[in-house]
Design a protein around this ligand. Sequence first.
Ligand SMILES: C[S@@+](CC[C@H](N)C(=O)[O-])C[C@H]1O[C@@H](n2cnc3c(N)ncnc32)[C@H](O)[C@@H]1O
Length: 355
Amino acid sequence: MTRSDLPESKTAAAAIFEAQRLAFAPLAFQVARVLRDTGVLAALCDRQAGMDLVELERQTGLSRYALRVLTEGGLATGLLRQKGNKLVLSKTGFFVENDPMTRANMDFVGDVCFQGSFHLDEAIRAGKPAGLKVFGDWPTIYEGLAELPPQAKKSWFAFDHFYSDTAFPEVLPLVFARKPKALFDIGGNTGRFSEAAVAFDPDVTVTILDLEGQLQVALANAARRGLADRIKGHAINLLDPQATIPKGADAIWMSQFLCCFAEDEVVAILRRAKAAMGPDARLFILDTYWDRQKHDVAKYCLQMSSLYFTVMANGNSRMYHSQDILDCVKTAGLSVTRQTDHLGVSHTLFECRRG
Ligand SMILES: C[S@@+](CC[C@H](N)C(=O)[O-])C[C@H]1O[C@@H](n2cnc3c(N)ncnc32)[C@H](O)[C@@H]1O
């Protein structure tokens, strides 16, 4: 194939520029992060007319050399614009500084994924999270969540909560429409949803099911808030095929949970959920699917987040296409009774019953 055979309208000049953006992407990322974390973007955000290097030196305490390389990197990446002898913040620079989603994504990529992503080729070949060794020796990141280095832990939870927190208020009325008295929160993590659930309905009791380390964190959080009598715990490793989900739930809740497992594991987990469910019980699956997004930016974020699962989390799961999970639900012997899209930032809720 020659260059002229390429089936696209893009000019060769535009395509080769995009290829260079990729070639330099790790450095572009670091320039953006450092411009943000050294306060250059914040300084420019406060001064619409812009600043020259002398003013930036005074404001940030950085050397002339540091400011030259950083701001020239900022011009190259489109975070800054030159206006006479002043540097001004571009719209992209404004979002890198102020947009909470960009901050959550950038901190997650920088603090959790960046170092380990060097091992992506090994992860792809082995089907193992080969980058996780930069933090510790666990089979998946979930066994190590409670012990991650402080900055990585902070950014992991901020990323997780940024997405799920926005969906919870919209989801609660759907989950409680049938007035469940006992709810199991599988993969309950820090207990955020469980706490929201007991606040939403004074009659419900929640049981969090999670790995031992994370469960203790969730239960301690609940106890600190005086909710120990309404939020209980059950330690479980659902990758252990012998582990069974206890019976007795009117509603089983799985939020941002199934994306942590390969499809065969998802089916095995859903089969055990089905075995635990009575005829009137409902299973709620809340997740983000790249095919159900209204905006290309959300689809992009999800497709790129898949690589976190590959190299850092478990080596075999991803941000799924919704049909992949619908197929797993069917194979497990469950049926979807309701689908609700566009909850929170980008979530879809599947409500399922047995059979
Ligand atoms: C991505 S977090 C989702 C947290 C929360 N449900 C939310 O929506 O924000 C996945 C959760 O599943 C738990 N988890 C991962 N692997 C597990 C396993 N094999 N057995 C039980 N829980 C597991 C993790 O500890 C973590 O709390």
